[in-house]
Design a protein around this ligand. Structure first.
Ligand code: NAD
Length: 495
């Protein structure tokens, strides 16, 4: 029988007020039900926010190093359960087991970073322009954080948000994607076991338009951290903006790998295969475009096709599989629609282009690794996020054109340049309009202690990861202490 998961609201595991449930199935085998989950709505969010608000003061007064020690215990538990979490995640969302181990490891790294940050959370101490006056700034928690996450990194992304939110002294109302609620629930169980007080954390399962909207519109939620599509991010931004909430948005991408004539082609080949077909192309940082300089274009395209042909599709729990299914039926339809659009636009379909449903693949949402060449910058397959195993290849004459083509999209998340020429590398670093640029590495491979995020339609200026995310979850307070015993007027008495 399928496991029955619950919400965790106001310190208790509970059903949704509606009494209704939804199902979550394995995308590699839709006969397998992973679990059923409460179908929540506005009144469930209401209770969660009330509890999180009530818990805020006590939690915010708990010393940050003590909060940090709880993050350390959570990290230790994740280390112990890494394999169990990875197995569940692969069954729940399909990516291959090595990658779900990596996803879990990113959560572990983020926990240990938070542990350390409990003893930092630095402010600034700066000299005054007046004598006998001391001044500094420090960082305070903000209040209740609404956390809304996508399904493609079911552990890493919630940890990127929830560890810094609670380490900083905020309380949390969390809505995970309804395609990956089981992994999210395991994470909350683990945090509670590590010692996060019960009323500090709430998880409310359900849809975006019901639970997500209720979180975004709730007047007692102070900040929203969202990762997902740019389309939904825009809606969230306008609603949360009207409520003057602090909002962090990490959204879509249309990332490119640029391969110059002088590149190490074998290295660039490993990079593009991992970047384009890892996580079945369903990463925000996936390599969706390959831009190749003309002298090596034909040779490199053939190399990519030869290797892509050998990728093995299947259930991600099988260690020999390279590419798992896509997340659900809607995603597969969208991918297939883009493949048809690419053909109509006149791109050359070099590999794949169809649903994969032979033998064991018949009961999963599999799609063949697909490659288009002769793609031009104005085609939709060169500009829009497909979010599947589809690679569009474009030819350019030089570095300048390569960078122009790279920048010719509405997104600005990740980018990569393969070259042996240090000047070309630095030109790319300077001129590519993205939050992340890799040199001689694929467009994927972020580390949790570096800022992560993008510009243009990918983000709204905040960053996940490293020290920067702690700025989002804290508010600066500035302190002046005048110990002169007299009125000292800044800008006046010292002139
Ligand atoms: P999505 O936008 O459909 O959903 C993301 C989350 O928002 C889900 O929990 C969903 O239920 C919720 N939601 C949907 N409508 C809502 C609404 N009106 N109000 C509030 N919440 C709502 O995205 P997805 O399909 O889960 O994820 C794929 C997208 O996420 C891709 O565009 C990908 O590029 C992006 N992504 C970005 C990053 C990044 O860091 N930039 C990382 C991973 C994924």
């Amino acid at each position: 029988m399928a496991e029955k998961f619950q919400n965790f609201i106001a310190g208790k595991w509970c059903e949704a007020d509606s009494g209704e449930r939804f199902e979550n199935r394995n995308p590699a085998n839709w006969d397998e039900v992973i679990g059923t989950f409460p179908k929540s709505g506005k009144s469930d969010v209401e209770r969660a926010v009330k509890s999180a608000r009530a818990a805020f003061r006590k939690w915010s007064l708990t010393p940050a190093p003590v909060r940090g020690e709880i993050m350390k215990r959570a990290g230790d538990l994740m280390v112990e359960r890494k394999e169990e979490i990875a197995q569940l995640m692969t069954r729940e969302m399909g990516k291959v087991i090595d990658e779900t181990r990596g996803d879990t490891q990113e959560g572990i790294d983020t926990a240990f970073y938070a542990f350390g940050e409990g003893r930092r959370l630095f402010g600034h101490s700066v000299p005054s322009e007046l004598p006998n006056k001391t001044q500094w700034s420090y960082r305070r928690p903000i209040g209740v954080a609404g956390i809304i996450t996508p399904w493609n990194f079911p552990m890493a992304i919630p940890t990127w948000k929830i560890f810094p939110a609670i380490l900083s002294g905020n309380t949390v109302v969390f809505k995970p994607a309804s395609d990956t609620p089981a992994t999210a629930t395991k994470f909350i169980e683990l945090l509670l076991e590590a010692g996060v007080p019960e009323d500090v954390l709430n998880i409310v399962h359900g849809g975006g338009s019901s639970v997500g909207t209720a979180i975004v519109e709730h007047p007692d939620i102070d900040l929203i951290s969202f990762t997902g599509s740019s389309q939904v991010g825009r809606i969230i931004n306008s609603k949360a903006g009207a409520g003057l909430k602090r909002v962090s948005l990490e959204m879509g991408g249309k990332n490119a790998q640029l391969v110059m004539n002088d590149a190490n082609l074998e290295l660039a080949l490993d990079g593009v295969l991992w970047g384009a077909f890892g996580t079945t192309g369903q990463r925000c940082t996936a390599t969706s475009r390959l831009i190749v300089q003309e002298d090596v274009h034909d040779e490199f395209v053939e190399m990519v096709i030869e290797r892509a042909k050998q990728l093995k599709l299947g259930d991600g729990l099988d260690e020999s599989v390279d590419v798992g299914p896509v997340i659900n039926e809607g995603a597969r339809e969208k991918i297939h629609k883009y493949v048809q659009i690419g053909q109509e636009e006149g791109a050359t379909l070099k590999l794949g282009g169809n649903i994969a449903d032979d033998g064991d693949l018949a009961k999963g949402w599999f799609y063949q690794p697909t490659i288009f060449s002769d793609v031009t910058p104005e085609m939709r397959i060169a500009k829009e996020e497909i979010f599947g195993p589809v690679l569009s290849i474009l030819k350019v004459k030089d570095l300048q054109e390569g960078i122009e083509v790279m920048n010719n999209v509405e997104y600005g998340l990740s980018s990569s340049v393969y070259t042996q020429d240090i000047n070309a590398a630095f030109e790319g670093i300077r001129d590519i309009d993205c939050g992340i640029t890799y040199i001689n590495g694929p467009t994927i491979g972020a580390e949790c202690h570096m800022p992560f995020g993008g510009c243009k339609s990918t983000g709204n200026g905040h960053r996940e990861g490293g020290w920067e995310v702690y700025e989002f979850y804290t508010e600066t307070k500035t302190i002046y202490v005048d110990h002169s015993g007299r009125l000292q007027r800044a800008q006046i008495d010292n002139r």
